[in-house]
Design a protein around this ligand. Structure first.
Ligand code: GLC
Length: 496
């Protein structure tokens, strides 16, 4: 072999060795990263753990707080608000009533025709509008004027098909899904905002008075006959179709529960004892907090940076406004700590609330073999492309950890209410407890819903689980508001 040939061979060998060494180093680095990814995911999963024993402690803590909140105003983080609804619908309600449902970034106006015991809900029509984001932090007048304008449009539209009897004002059930201290069935002051609203001058104001003023300004002739929370509306709507309904749970942007309490078990109620002996209570369970809740550093950071730090801790673990945001935070920390999405941190991943829960749900429920929904969502929302199948699986794993924790905690909350009302142990007499459910999270996030229901049954055990039934009442709260407007109508004598 000549010298030149030997030289080329030596250089060639050296190049091969160098490339091989680079590959080995890269592989070691990537296997190191992968091991670190797995360790981080495992650690997160452990911190989010909700074993049965913990859920039972949480349910007990919920029961204790319910007692405290019923005992005195301010006695607990659970407000346990008295709704002034001491008679749930019977089915006899008749006439045409309106409902206005405001509880998130959309609101709805409904016109409901009630046909009494024989005909039930004869007809309903609705219009929907979104609240422009700027109005969520503007002024009380700006928000209520906007709503009143939409109501005016609805009424103008319907005037072509429906004529309000002369001399009779239109009557409205107003579902206002925020914490309100009721003073009567149709008045109440806003305690604080939740779910991303922050209109300072509305806090402490009577929301019915605010709406009524706006209706006047916009020339809408309408009387607010009932002011209710969405949980109370769902309870009322649910009871109208099934007499076994005694509890309602909303799992949507926010989360909350209402149930029927014995009036005598409400020490802070100083009014006359209702004939029914009962009162519907709006728990505002979103503000529940307990040392048993499995909070992680991501939850603490999300809470600190939220519009309402220190408040609505339970809601921030279980409801639709927050699940996607928790996922974004975990993914961002993987990107920062183990370069999960490559050498650069995807800019979009740094934008709070960009990853919404419906997108998380779509990824979680991706059953395609190459996880193309995950791929597509990462691309379209976060501008992250070329993820490996292995990484997409990690994304699904994280969705599962976050949704499972939320659903199991919500189940513990339900067990707490069942305990308070003595419905957590089967009496073997065939008595049913029907729970009226509503909200987009419950309706659309199937994995979440299944996990929630199965966990309630797991916690109740074999003897009791058959007595508890979940039923989805789509838009129960709208119908419920119309029903309660009917039962508190000024014209009751004429319609009954
Ligand atoms: C928030 C509100 C509450 C409402 C729930 C569901 O928790 O404070 O009033 O019922 O969201 O919409």
């Amino acid at each position: 072999m000549g010298k030149v040939a030997v030289g080329v061979a030596v250089i060639g060998t050296a190049a091969v060795v160098a490339t091989a060494a680079l590959l080995v180093r890269q592989r070691m680095r990537s296997s190191g990263r992968w091991a670190r990814t797995r360790a981080l995911v495992k650690e997160f999963e452990e911190k989010c753990g909700t074993p049965e024993a913990k859920l039972k402690q949480i349910a007990d803590a919920m029961t204790v707080e319910m007692h405290a909140g019923l005992a005195s105003e301010g006695g607990s983080k659970l407000k346990m608000l008295i709704s002034f609804v001491d008679n749930l619908p019977t089915g006899d309600e008749e006439g045409v009533f309106y409902a206005l449902d405001l509880g998130g970034s959309n609101f709805r106006v409904l016109r409901v025709e009630l046909g009494g015991r024989k005909r039930g809900v004869v007809h309903q029509e609705f219009a929907e509008a979104s609240i422009p984001p700027a109005l969520m932090s503007a002024s009380s007048d700006a928000l209520f004027d906007y709503i009143a304008e939409k109501l005016a449009e609805f009424v103008a539209d319907e005037e072509r098909i429906y004529e309000q009897p002369s001399g009779k004002e239109r009557e409205l059930g107003f579902t206002f899904s925020f914490p309100v201290m009721q003073n009567s069935i149709n008045s109440g002051t806003l305690i604080r905002w939740t779910k991303g609203f922050s209109i300072d001058d509305a806090v402490g104001q009577d929301v019915v008075a605010e709406l009524t003023k706006a209706l006047k300004r916009k020339g809408v002739d309408m009387r607010v006959a009932a002011l209710i929370n969405d949980t109370i509306g769902t309870l009322a709507g649910g009871r109208h179709s099934d007499p076994d309904v005694t509890m309602a749970v909303i799992l949507g942007t926010g989360s909350n529960a209402a149930y029927v309490e014995r009036a005598q078990a409400i020490p802070k109620w100083h009014g006359p004892l209702p004939k029914s002996g009962e009162m519907a209570i709006n728990m505002e369970w979103g503000n529940f907090r307990s040392s048993h809740l499995p909070l992680t550093e991501y939850d603490y950071a999300m809470d600190t940076e939220s519009l309402n730090p220190g408040e609505q801790i339970f809601e921030k673990l279980i409801s639709g406004m927050y699940l996607g945001e928790i996922l974004r935070r975990v993914l961002l920390s993987l990107a920062e700590e183990v370069w999960f999405f490559g050498d650069e941190i995807p800019a979009k991943l740094k934008i709070p609330y960009i990853l919404r829960t419906p997108e998380m749900s779509a990824m979680h429920q991706d059953i395609s073999s190459d996880l193309k929904v995950v791929d597509e969502k990462l691309k379209s929302i976060l501008e992250i492309s070329h993820t490996s199948l292995k990484k997409r699986r990690v994304v699904i794993e994280l969705c599962n950890i976050i949704a499972t924790r939320g659903a199991r905690l919500a189940a513990a909350g339900i067990l707490g209410v069942l305990k308070k009302t003595g419905k957590d142990t089967g009496k073997g007499n065939g008595e049913k407890t029907m729970i009226a459910m509503d909200g987009g999270l419950y309706e659309h996030y199937t994995e979440y819903r299944k996990c929630l229901e199965n966990t309630v049954f797991e916690l109740l055990g074999d003897t009791t689980k058959s007595s508890v039934v979940f039923e989805h009442f789509n838009d129960g709260s709208g119908i419920g508001a119309a029903l309660l407007a009917a039962s508190h109508s000024l014209y009751l004598e004429e319609t009954s």
